[in-house]
Design a protein around this ligand. Structure first.
Ligand SMILES: *[C@@H]1O[C@H](CO)[C@@H](O)[C@H](O)[C@H]1NC(C)=O
Ligand SMILES: *[C@@H]1O[C@H](CO)[C@@H](O)[C@H](O)[C@H]1NC(C)=O
Ligand SMILES: *[C@@H]1O[C@H](CO)[C@@H](O)[C@H](O)[C@H]1NC(C)=O
Length: 435
């Protein structure tokens, strides 16, 4: 089975190499021609390195969306400035969804599947309706996480669901279904009901009591909005530069397991290091804490892991040992670090650590005051310079060395001419004395 799948992937990659490029190269005429069909556009500049990196991914995106009504194109903003101006492009590359007058800038990770999912969500109706139990089954198989409204589409719950779905549409999937089509998930405690499917499970939004709603209609508004916000990430989410901003908004403590992933997505650890800890085992251990204590921690903590230590270092403003555990309070940007070193951390120690955070007795670092902000900017600048140096010392030396060299030459010549003038003046004195 796996062999067949691998072969299929292999052949589709081959086929992909041979098919023509599906990305449409656009010009200023796009402004007149765009019509009403949905467009996914990459605004780029030929000199921009990040654009070059996105290019192969963009071709894959175009290929994946071929046959849908979404057209995939790109605009060279250095040549077609009118388009860039019209769409208020502020950086390169900018990925934008355009349909009629609707525009939305994509903020997530620049990965094929993420971008394709985004385009599909943006171009479909805000809340697609699943017509049968089979459709629901297929969706469960296809998606890792989605929300669904089951029941008659009327009343306050539906209104609020529609609003929240519209707001979160760029990031998550929202559906509706008839209550009779829930198939094997018919343990409907509520009708209408809102559910989230994730981690091969499903959870219900606890609809407030009738009396509570009768008393105050905005109870549903506040509680459904909060609940969806709380549930919109998997139990153990991967934390990336693309979704960090959304994770901050979940309004829970973010527990980040920090490991290092190499280019092909494998976790690496320095096996020669003293007190070496296996990154995979460490990550599994942290995950088991949330899996075994969902009741206790789910409400207050969003668990996750990152394979990009830089992201965590920048929050902690220090180079963290790998692997490590970092807990961030997004509303204050304070963070907590366990006192035990990684090789002493056990599930029990992690629980003690998390409990101490809830009790507000754990040591607190960082924050959002302006000296800390300044330090964070300084730290980030310094570490990216260090990374550049490690990646390419010659280029870094040239980039920073040349201007510095010129500057010192200028200083030197200004300073030296002073000295020379002074020396001349000084020299004159013995002259005069001689005469
Ligand atoms: C829910 O609350 C938001 C903000 O308070 C408000 O804008 C919106 O109209 C409310 N929605 C409903 C359906 O009451
Ligand atoms: C209704 O509930 C909302 C949110 O729970 C609250 O902000 C508001 O003050 C309440 N209104 C009344 C009239 O109790
Ligand atoms: C973050 O810190 C504030 C202030 O100490 C606290 O009130 C809040 O409960 C903490 N947790 C979260 C998840 O915001």
């Amino acid at each position: 089975m796996d062999v067949i799948r691998t072969l299929l992937v292999f052949f589709s990659v081959l086929a992909l190499g041979q098919t023509t490029n599906r990305v449409l190269e656009l010009s200023d005429r796009f402004l007149e021609l765009r019509g009403e069909s949905p467009w996914l556009i990459m605004f780029y500049a030929p000199w921009c390195g990040h654009c070059k990196k996105l290019e192969p991914i963009w071709n894959h995106v175009a290929h994946a969306l071929y046959g849908t009504d979404i057209r995939v194109g790109r605009v060279d903003c250095t040549r077609f400035t009118a388009v860039a101006t019209e769409f208020v492009v502020k950086g390169f590359p900018t990925v934008m969804f355009v349909k009629g007058d609707q525009r939305h800038v994509y903020k997530g990770d620049r990965l094929r599947d993420d971008i394709v999912d985004y385009a599909v969500r943006m171009s479909s109706p805000p809340i697609p309706h699943l017509a049968s139990p089979q459709h629901l089954k297929d969706t469960v198989t296809k998606l890792n996480l989605f929300f669904i409204y089951a029941g008659n589409k009327e009343g306050h719950l539906w209104e609020v669901y529609r609003e929240v779905a519209e707001e979160h549409r760029p990031f998550h999937f929202f559906y509706s279904i008839d209550a009779t089509c829930m198939g094997e998930y018919t343990d409907l405690k509520y009708n209408p009901a809102v559910l989230v499917f994730k981690d091969n499970m499903h959870f219900f939004y606890p609809v407030p009591e009738e009396t509570e709603i009768a008393e105050n209609e905005s109870t549903i508004n506040a509680s459904l909005t909060d609940w969806i916000n709380h549930e919109r990430f998997p139990t153990f989410a991967k934390v990336t530069h693309g979704n960090l901003h959304q994770l901050w908004k979940v309004k829970k403590y973010l527990v980040i397991t920090v490991v290092k992933e190499n280019k092909i997505g494998r976790i690496t650890t320095d096996e020669d290091a003293e007190n070496y800890v296996d990154g995979y085992k460490f990550k599994d251990m942290v995950e088991s804490v949330i899996r075994n204590n969902r009741e206790k921690y789910h409400e207050h903590f969003q668990f996750g892991w990152t394979g990009t230590p830089d992201l965590a270092n920048s929050i902690a403003m220090e180079r963290l040992q790998l692997p490590s555990l970092l807990v961030v309070n997004a509303s204050t940007m304070h963070h907590h670090l366990p006192e035990d070193p990684p090789h002493h951390l056990t599930t029990a120690a992690i629980e003690v650590f998390l409990d101490s955070i809830l009790a507000q007795s754990a040591p607190v670092y960082g924050g959002d005051s302006w000296p800390i902000r300044v330090y964070r900017v300084y730290y980030n600048a310094r570490s990216s310079l260090e990374d550049m140096w490690q990646g390419n010392p010659v280029l870094t030396a040239l980039l920073f060395g040349l201007p510095l060299g010129f500057l010192s030459l200028i200083c030197y010549s200004i300073w030296c001419s002073d000295i020379m003038d002074a020396a001349e003046e000084e020299e004159e004195i013995p002259h005069q004395k001689k005469e």
